[in-house]
Design a protein around this ligand. Sequence first.
Ligand code: HEM
Length: 155
Amino acid sequence: VTAPLLVAVHVVAVVLWIGGVGFVTVVVFPMLMRMEDSLEAVLAFQRFEKKFSLHAKIYLWVTGVTGVLLLYLTGKYHILFRAETLGINVMMASWLFYFLVLTFEKRIFGRLFGRAKEIDTKKVFRLLNAFHWMILGLSLLAVFVGVWQGHGGRL
Ligand code: HEM
């Protein structure tokens, strides 16, 4: 009874989380990169990211806790790091990535936008944009391989 319920909670959190990352990547970034005033763009970005980072932290923990419980309940921790659990490994890799970014976000953004007047904001946005596409790709791969393997897909 518990495992299917946990998968449902796990996936709802994943949908909100990765959906948000997708929105920022395909809607917010192109908008910011088209803004004339770069300082305004940086400030808008920081406001968006600050708000979303709280949401992301909640999703991170809901997904992480339900994921670990599922590993335990399904007994899949016995076969972790094998081809049969590739999906779960990609999930854990992307989880870890988000965990590191969200833990060190202040330092990362401080470095990137520290001296707002001196930096080339267009360059920073291009970098951040590439980074968002990369992490979105990894997250979607986790969803894809996770669902495929969870429903009988085999390598
Ligand atoms: C610490 C992190 C995580 C752990 C330990 C974990 C573990 C698991 C486990 C054990 C399942 C049950 C699937 C099965 O028994 O084959 C599952 C399902 C799922 N997970 Fe994760 N997960 C984590 C993070 C994530 C992340 C970050 C994503 C997406 C980016 C994700 C997406 C999914 C999806 C879509 C399913 C449903 C698969 C299905 O259709 O059955 N998980 N996860």
